[in-house]
Structure formats: structure tokens, C-alpha cells
Ligand binder design. Structure first.
Ligand code: SF4
Length: 399
């Protein structure tokens, strides 16, 4: 989301006559877009901000703007602490000196694969998460605006869009007529020239039968889903305020795999959450063994001031134990990903080429797996068939 917003802000600045320079020392304007989900990230961000104070002293005309989650819905309280910052902008807000523009309509330069924010904020208040406080409550973009934006992106060369939201399954409930994500997917699926649609991140509770049917019935919607589970233990899920049980989650996965054969599923897991016993952690490992996710993003719990968990729970799993659990999940995931990717050896997959990295073309399968291969000419944006000749846990190589 931050990346998408930075790209949009860059386009606005570009169209207002600003030019990018290579270092802060050369800049007339510095915009810091923050992502501070963890306290550690916030501390690093503040250090970066302090470093800019000296630049401002040397060149008082330098304008410093801070935006993103660090600011939150209101930035008034920050002005006293950082008087040398000229503007604090809420996530997605644009500076008044760029007024007349809108972030939603400042299209990033069309890339083969584009990021399109469709809903901001979250109403869920999971106990460990700062997002609802910093990004505010859910706010959907009008469906027509999104369709128009994607049409314009496609006209400029985009082939794939990834729709973004902290809680994307909630899309539309706050709009007149309450259009939902499935309706939006249906509309986007009709856009000629668009080849693929992805969306993230999903809350398991919002995986309605209607959304699952859309995923399986619309040919442009890719067979890939991110579905954070966070824990494989019901008591921990309850203290996390996730609002589902392990059995419910397993049932959603079964339904997904039944309706969309071969669907790639990624998840997020937090280890060492307050109160997580050995047995509770074993529940998480067992869930990972049973489901065999394609990707697992794992994080060790750390207290995030301002959240419910920071007020109500004691961070009682030792740092060593958290590290041990983190490694156990990583080790298991490596084993599963190695085996799953090895099954693709010798098969042919369709990939959309989105980048060239050190002379190698890179594209992804519909299931989101990265494939690298050598090739002549300009293949950017091409859809090609690759035969997989090498596999590793995190990527594939093809011919
Ligand atoms: S659903 Fe996601 S963004 Fe919302 S509170 Fe929970 S973890 Fe945070």
C-alpha cells in the first residue's frame, strides 16, 4: 500500500514540475512515506527524521513532508515534537500546495503489473495490530473510479492489476448500494486487454461463498490468495481477536481448493504471541504441515504500543523461545516450498514478464510463483510459456 501511494505521490510531484534527485542533500523537497507496523520500524523512522533536522538547519528553504502510518489520521500532535517538518499528512492525503489533484486519480506510470488501492483502513482491531489506529476506519473508493483507473492503466500497457486493501474483503460496505469485492472483480474481468487480476489481503472471515465463486468463475482472476491465519490455536486466535477458529479456517481452505484446483495459498503467522504455550505453537506447526501453504510470512511477536495486546497482555514468551519458534516455522516452510516447487520441474507454465533483473527476465505464473529465464529482445509485458528446468524453495528457473 505504501509503495502504491509513493508511486502516486511521485506522479503528482512530477506533473507539478518537480524532478527527482539522487540524494536528500540535493533536494528542495523531501517526502518521507512511513510504514510503522512494528515499533522497531517506527524507531528507525524517527531516527531518519532526526537526521533531516541538520539538513534543514543548513538549508531552511528545504521543505520536509512526512506521511504514512507514522502520522495516522491526525498529525497535529507531531508538530511540537518535530518543528522542522513542514507538513504532516494522513495516509493518502495530499499536500494543499498540490491541491486540485487527487491521489486516487494520479495514476502511476503504467507498468506491466500495477498496484491499485481500493480500500483504506480497517475496522477489525486485531489485538496486536496498530493499523486501525494509524490508517483509520475502512474507506472504499467508488467502484466506477477503480474501473476507470484500471481502464486507463490498461490503455497505457498494464496487463495485470493487484487490488490492495488492509482488509480487502470488506470492500464496498461503506459505499452507496454496497457493491462488494465480487462485483468489482466481475467488472474488471470485462476490461479488454487486462490479462490478470490479483487482490490482497484477505481476512478469513470475509471469504464468502460469493467471493469464492467469483474467484473460480472469472478467468482473469488468478489462482492465488493470501489468507493470514496468524495462529493454529483457538485460544490464541481468541486473544488475537481474529474472530474465527482453526476449524473454520481449515474449512475455508478446503472450499478454496475444491473450487479452484491448484490455487496457491500464502499466509501470515505470528509466533510467541502472549500466552502461546508449547502446545499452542505445536498447533500452528501442525496446521502448516496439514495445509502446506505455498508461502508463509512469519514474524516473532513484539509489543506494539497503542494496541490492545500491549495494554492487556504480558509479553511472556522469551526472546530465545520466539527465535526458536520462528526458525521452526521457517525450516518447515522451506521444506514444504522445496517439495512443492520441485513438483513443477519439467512442466510448462504461462508467465507474464514483468521485469529484467541482471540480464534475466522475470515473470510470474498465475499462481504468483516467480520464474527467471534468459532471452533475447524486449519481452517486457509478454505472456510466454516456460518449461521449468530448475527449482528452489523461493523461485523457479525456466527455458
Ligand atoms: S484485519 Fe489486518 S489490518 Fe485489520 S486489524 Fe487485523 S491484522 Fe490489522
Amino acid at each position: 500500500m505504501n509503495k502504491a501511494e509513493s508511486d502516486r505521490l511521485a506522479v503528482l510531484l512530477d506533473s507539478s514540475g518537480y524532478q527527482q534527485v539522487s540524494s536528500p542533500a540535493e533536494a528542495d523537497l523531501i517526502v518521507l512515506n512511513s510504514c510503522v507496523v512494528r515499533q522497531h520500524a517506527e524507531d528507525r523512522f524517527i531516527n531518519r527524521l532526526y537526521l533531516l533536522e541538520s539538513l534543514k538547519k543548513i538549508r531552511p528553504a528545504l521543505r520536509i513532508v512526512v506521511t504514512g502510518c507514522f502520522v495516522g489520521p491526525k498529525g497535529d500532535h507531531l508538530k511540537e515534537r518535530f518543528p522542522y517538518v513542514d507538513d504532516f499528512l494522513a495516509p493518502g492525503e495530499i499536500p494543499c500546495w498540490l491541491s486540485g489533484h487527487s491521489l486516487d486519480f494520479s495514476l502511476p506510470k503504467p507498468k506491466v503489473c500495477a498496484l491499485v488501492p481500493i480500500i483504506q483502513g480497517c475496522n477489525n482491531f486485531c489485538s496486536y495490530c496498530i493499523v486501525p489506529y494509524r490508517r483509520g476506519r475502512e474507506k472504499s473508493r467508488p467502484l466506477e473510479d477503480i474501473v476507470l483507473e484500471v481502464e486507463r492503466l490498461v490503455a497505457g500497457g498494464t496487463k495485470e492489476v493487484t487490488l490492495l486493501g488492509q482488509n480487502i474483503g470488506a470492500y464496498g460496505h461503506d459505499l452507496p448500494g454496497s457493491p462488494d469485492l465480487a462485483t468489482l472483480l466481475e467488472k474488471l474481468n470485462q476490461i479488454e486487454g487486462l490479462a490478470r487480476i490479483r487482490f490482497l489481503t484477505n481476512h478469513p472471515r470475509d471469504m464468502s461463498p460469493r467471493l469464492l465463486r467469483s474467484m473460480s468463475g472469472l478467468e482473469k482472476v488468478c489462482e492465488e490468495i493470501s489468507l493470514p491465519v496468524q495462529s493454529g490455536d483457538d485460544d490464541i486466535l481468541k486473544s488475537m481477536r481474529r474472530d474465527y477458529t482453526v476449524d473454520y479456517y481449515r474449512a475455508v481452505i478446503s472450499e478454496l481448493r475444491c473450487l479452484i484446483p491448484g490455487v496457491a495459498i500464502s499466509t501470515d503467522v505470528i509466533v510467541g504471541f502472549p500466552g502461546e504455550s508449547e502446545a499452542a505453537f505445536e498447533g500452528t506447526l501442525q496446521l502448516l504441515r496439514d495445509i502446506e501453504f505455498d508461502t508463509v510470512h512469519v514474524a516473532a511477536y513484539s509489543t506494539r504500543p497503542g494496541t490492545i495486546a500491549s495494554r492487556e497482555y504480558k509479553d511472556d514468551v522469551s526472546p530465545d523461545e520466539k527465535k526458536k519458534r520462528l526458525r521452526a516455522v521457517e525450516g518447515l516452510e522451506r521444506e514444504i516450498a522445496t517439495r512443492k516447487n520441485a513438483e513443477l520441474l519439467g512442466t510448462e507454465v504461462e508467465i507474464l514478464i514483468e521485469d529484467n533483473i541482471d540480464g534475466h527476465w522475470m515473470g510470474r505464473t498465475r499462481t504468483g510463483k516467480k520464474v527467471f529465464f534468459g532471452g533475447q529482445g524486449d519481452l517486457l509485458g509478454s505472456m510466454v510459456i516456460c518449461r521449468i528446468d530448475k527449482t528452489s524453495p523461493w523461485s523457479l528457473h525456466g527455458i
